[in-house]
Structures are given as C-alpha cells and as structure tokens.
Design a protein around this ligand. Structure first.
Ligand code: TA6
Length: 288
C-alpha cells in the first residue's frame, strides 16, 4: 500500500494524491474540488470521467465524485455551490490496517463570505479506500455565530460497460421528482430501474442501500445521514450540449448520487453532522 503526491506547475503545491490499497485497489483525488477522479478495484476503473473533462481547475470536473455544497442545482450560488470549484487543503494521507485514508479540509474564505451563502463553516472530508470499498464522508461544522442550512450531495459518476444493460435496485416504492417532466412527483414502481433516455430524478428519503449492476458486477451504495438519491444520465441530447462530455460517452456512465437535496440540513453554531457514502464493489451482483 502507498500514498503518492503529485505536484502542480509550481512544483510545490500538491495537485492530486493517488492512494494504492490492497489487492490492486487505488483511488485518486484532485485537491481542486476534492474531486475523486479514480477508483479502481476488481481490476477495473469503477468511476467515469469524461475524456473531455477539464482537470486544470477551469471548471468542475466532469466525472468522478464532485462535491455539491452548500447548494444542489441552480439557485443563489453558481450551480451546485462552490465546494467543487475550490482548492481544498490536504491534511493527511496514511495507511491503516485494511487500506489507506485521506483527509482534506475546506473552510470559508472572503470569497464565500461575500457570496449569497456567507456563513463560516469547516468541512472535513475523509476518503477511505480498502480492497473493495471506497467511503467518502464529510463532517460539516457550523463555526459561525448563527445557524445555517444547506443541501449537499456526492455527485458520483459510475462507469458501466453499457447503460442498456445497467439496472439499479433499491428504489421500488420510493417517491421521486422527475426533473425531465417538470419536477412531477411520482413513485418508483420497478424493482430494477433502467435507463433508456435522458433521466434526471430526485428519489426522496430512500430507505436502504441501492445497487448498480451491469454485466454481472455491481457497486453497492450505502448512505450515511444522506436522505436522497439523484439518478442522472444526460443521454444523447444533453451530452451534445456539454463541451466537457463527449457525445458518445453517455452509454458508459450513470450518476447515482447520495445526498440530502429535497430538504435542508440545518446546523446551529458549533453543531456538526457527518454525511456520506460507502461504495462497495461486488464481483457477482446480487441482482441481475
Ligand atoms: O445530476 C443531477 C444534475 O443536477 C443534473 O440536473 C445535471 O445538471 C447534472 O447535475 C450535472 O450538473 P453540472 O452542473 O455538473 O453540469
């Protein structure tokens, strides 16, 4: 197991960290946005990053696990908030018994305090890699003198061999907002959700784990203090509108995103909450 630090153009500041875990597992995180851009296990890359993604800090990374905070979607702040476009601080990267853990931090600064969400905050992001799991958990702290509320989400782009053969289990009976149908409220009736068009759905108060399966392999997503799941695939029409997403890439990805976005998380001064996800690779999916 090992930790590799790669430096930016200045030769001094760490640009990204690669951690190598047991059984050939690895992960990569850019300090820009604290964006996980790779998770390899079972001999393959499990995350999707567009070949047209910008990794130079000029725009949010199109893929991996961008962090959405303090605002999901459009609103008073730029789309999905400022956490995914800020430079995070690397606090530590070290081996433990079963793998490697990285800790990163983001605090308010004069730019965020001048924004429409001006509060003082402290985010501690822990990324933990083992042979078959990747956990990503943020400890959110209110270090302001007043309460604040936010929405937050881990915008996970999973790589799949073929979207046409991909199924998502664990959403049956869950109410969702269908953003393709103007936010219409519906209830998922399928045991296995499939995608064959542009889909953009917010599943609300999802009760348990979900599993994304394709070709006999799967990734399980267990949430920790995150209530909702967003499911998105741009399909051909939206792919064509994104300069950092190649037109032929949508069949190789599905976003299944753990977050709290249909309601706000509120913290009083001094309060903290930890939220996140544990991704587990399964070489034999529990559902086909
Ligand atoms: O994944 C859900 C979503 O909110 C979609 O509506 C789509 O906008 C996607 O995020 C990507 O957003 P971005 O700002 O990264 O282009």
């Amino acid at each position: 197991m090992s930790v590799q630090k790669f430096f930016g153009a200045d030769g001094v500041s760490v640009e990204r960290v690669v951690i190598n875990g047991p059984q050939g597992s690895s992960a990569e995180v850019y300090l820009y946005g604290a964006t996980v851009t790779s998770w390899k296990c079972g001999g393959k890359e499990r995350l999707f990053v567009s070949r047209q993604a910008k990794l130079d800090g000029s725009k949010p990374v199109r893929g991996g696990i961008p962090l959405v905070f303090p605002q999901f979607g459009p609103g008073a702040l730029p789309q999905h908030g400022f956490a995914r476009t800020r430079q995070w601080t690397l606090l530590s990267a070290e081996e433990h018994g079963q793998g490697v853990v990285v800790n990163l931090q983001l605090k308010d600064n004069e730019d965020t305090r001048a924004s429409k969400w001006p509060f003082k905050f402290d985010l501690l992001y822990t990324i933990d890699l083992t042979a078959t799991t990747l956990s990503t958990i943020i400890k959110y702290e209110n270090v302001d003198s007043q309460a604040f509320s936010f929405t937050s989400l881990m915008h996970t782009y999973l790589r799949v061999p073929d979207i046409a053969r991909t199924t998502v289990a664990g959403l049956k009976g869950v109410p969702y907002l269908d953003k393709i149908k103007g936010g219409e409220g519906l209830v998922e009736e399928r045991d296995l959700v499939t995608v064959d068009a542009n889909e953009d759905r917010v599943y609300i108060d999802v009760p348990g784990a979900v599993e994304v399966a394709c070709g006999g392999e799967s990734v399980g997503i267990r949430r920790f203090n995150f209530k909702d799941i967003v499911l998105w695939n741009p399909w051909a029409e939206k792919a064509a509108e994104m300069s950092d997403f190649a037109d032929d890439e949508y069949p190789q990805m599905i976003c299944v995103e753990a977050g709290t976005v249909a309601s706000q998380i509120s913290l009083k001064p001094g309060q903290t909450i930890s939220c996140g996800q544990i991704l587990t690779f399964n070489s034999s999916a529990s559902h086909i």
